[in-house]
Design a protein around this ligand. Structure first.
Ligand code: NI
Length: 268
């Protein structure tokens, strides 16, 4: 596991931006507009609830860096459970980790996913690079397609493996843009597609969190039997409000996150 937080997030960003060219472009557009560094509100990671790759195993990498558990979230229709982790250092990005509750899925999906995960060792999961190590299994295109029919989440994870599913710009720290709607307008002006599932701005000041995201890039991926183009990762934007006690809200809003998950949906 990494002992330096900045190194971990730099490696995660490098690996993520390699397959998310729009994130790198938007990052530099906002950076140029701001003439300052972009602060990351949170990253999100995905996994299956199977040993040795369950949510807790991923979380260990952050607990070792001084993170502590925040809230937990349930996504019944998508068969997901999630938790967020936060750090006493306000500069540290929050971490949102979800896992697919495989036992609620079809016997076919369970058999497929068990086979994928069977080759992953505990040593791989605790290695420094695990959170940005990509796919640890062979995957053919038809298996990807059959997962996709049942669970977009399972298919994405099978294809991309371990990497940040998204990074998130903290709108609170932007100087020129003060609302999520303003950021969305900039994105659309520059030709990016904003996820409109549940509306372009998810959440409200009452929820203490407003979010939006791009739709995932479509990039080439190599399956064991062919190369093709599928959705990779997306970029998110978050504006947080103060709680009644005056401190910043650090949690997530399940109804909004539910729609954000759909940013990796494929139209095929
Ligand atoms: Ni997010």
């Amino acid at each position: 596991m990494h002992t330096d937080r900045n190194t971990l997030f730099e490696k995660l960003w490098q690996n993520y931006s390699d397959v998310t060219p729009s994130a790198a472009q938007i990052h530099s557009i906002l950076g140029a507009e701001q003439d300052q560094v972009i602060v990351n509100d949170h990253i999100a990671l995905r996994t299956f609830n199977l040993a040795p790759v369950g949510l807790d195993a991923l979380a260990q990498h952050f607990l070792a860096l001084g993170y502590r558990e925040g809230g937990e979230y349930h996504f019944k229709a998508k068969k997901l459970y999630a938790r967020h982790y936060e750090h006493a250092d306000p500069e540290a990005p929050r971490v949102f980790i979800s896992e697919l509750l495989t036992e609620q899925c079809s016997p076919e999906l369970q058999a497929t996913v068990k086979k994928l995960v069977a080759g992953v060792t505990k040593e791989e999961v605790t290695a420094d690079n695990f959170l940005y190590s990509g796919r640890h299994w062979n995957l053919d295109y038809n298996t990807y397609r059959s997962l996709l029919e049942e669970s977009e989440y399972a298919a994405w994870l099978a294809a991309w493996g371990y990497r940040a599913n998204h990074f998130t710009v903290s709108v609170n720290h932007l100087q020129r843009f003060h609302t999520v709607a303003d950021v969305n307008q900039l994105l659309k002006d520059k030709g990016f597609t904003v996820n409109s599932s549940g509306g372009e701005v998810k959440g409200s000041p009452k929820d203490l969190l407003e979010q939006s995201s791009t739709m995932a890039d479509r990039v080439p991926v190599t399956f064991s039997d062919r190369d093709t183009t599928i959705p990779s990762c997306f970029y998110e934007f978050a504006l947080r409000y103060n709680k009644p006690d005056g401190s910043l809200y650090n949690g997530f809003v399940a109804a909004s996150a539910d729609k954000i998950f759909e940013s990796t949906h494929s139209s095929i």
